[in-house]
Design a protein around this ligand. Structure first.
Ligand code: NAD
Length: 287
């Protein structure tokens, strides 16, 4: 079997096109959805992600602004910028690009984003809403994974989903989304014994560990749907996921490539959340 490849670039383009109508409707009411991105320090990968997000915003007709904060600045500089953006009516969504430089407390910073502007969905209140089954803003990467699964028509109810990775931004929220859709979910981490024994039982296998080549063909059940969230920069240049794409595509039924799979979907979901935040702001202003 050779897997069908799930094209995240094409899906993301389609989503941005659909969002354009909602953006135009907001603009007709005098509101341009606005996203502010705070980037602290000079991580080269962060700069690439931030510029991709700004480009995607422009393509979808959003206003975006980047607030670069010197990596040596104290946490207060980030918090002061956040306080201003929380009050700024032109800004509907705020994200803080991760990872933050050493010495900055990511948890405190994330919890300082106004809950109604938390379009990355990392605020405890938004994560709690997801736990409770009433999601408001959910993290963009797991949302992007769910969107790809749905667009591919992958059945979830009654299926065994295995998520490799349990971070607060990918693995855990994705597990909650899969649970909400009726999947039986197993979440693995770096201490899971016999990882292959677990992944081989997956109808839907999601790799989100950040370990190149972690999942090989022998770890995949024939016909499984394989989603690769990993983004690993190779020392010689280039990017690979966590899945050995060439061999696993011969076993799986559906597979995402890296790059061009989950990555563009994450950005599309960020735009979608920002448009939703702007719509909610308009509704609450009118109420
Ligand atoms: P993280 O480092 O916070 O978490 C990694 C998780 O993987 C941990 O729970 C860890 O226990 C688990 N893990 C590590 N090695 C393992 C192993 N050998 N076996 C089983 N589990 C193992 O990382 P994160 O922020 O969740 O990101 C994970 C990957 O996804 C990274 O490569 C990151 O770059 C990528 N990522 C991609 C996108 C995207 O848009 N495509 C977005 C966010 C993160």
């Amino acid at each position: 079997m050779t897997a069908k490849i799930l094209d995240g670039n094409a899906a993301a383009r389609h989503i941005r096109g659909q969002l354009r109508e909602r953006v135009d409707a907001l603009k007709a009411r005098g509101v341009t959805p606005g996203l502010a991105v705070i980037v602290a320090g000079d991580n080269p990968a962060s700069k690439v992600y931030v510029s991709n997000k700004a480009k995607a915003c422009a393509e979808a007709g959003l206003h975006s602004e980047v607030h670069a904060i010197d990596g040596g600045s104290p946490e207060r500089a980030v918090l002061t910028t956040l306080e201003k953006l929380n009050r700024d009516p032109r800004i509907h969504g705020i994200i803080v690009q991760l990872p933050l430089p050493r010495g900055l407390n990511a948890e405190r910073i994330m919890q300082s984003i106004a809950v109604e502007k938390d379009v990355d969905g990392f605020n405890w209140r938004n994560l709690g809403a997801l736990v409770g089954g009433h999601p408001s803003f959910s993290p963009c990467t797991p949302l992007g994974v769910m969107e790809l699964l749905d667009r591919a028509g992958a059945a979830l109810e009654g299926r065994h989903a295995v998520v490799v990775g349990r971070s607060n931004i990918v693995g855990k929220p994705l597990a909650l989304m899969l649970i909400a859709r009726g999947a039986t979910v197993t979440v693995c981490n770096s201490k899971t014994p016999d990882l292959g024994g677990v992944t081989r039982r997956a109808d839907i296998l999601v790799a989100a560990a950040g370990k190149p080549g972690l999942i090989d063909a022998a770890m995949v059940k024939p016909g499984a749907v394989v989603i690769d969230v990993g983004i690993n920069r190779l020392p010689q240049g280039g990017i690979v996921g966590d899945v050995e794409f060439a061999s696993v595509k011969e076993v799986a039924s559906l597979i995402t490539p890296v790059p061009g799979g989950v990555g563009p979907m994450t950005v599309a979901m960020l735009i979608a959340n920002t448009v939703t935040a702007a719509e909610r702001a308009v509704t609450s202003r009118a109420a």
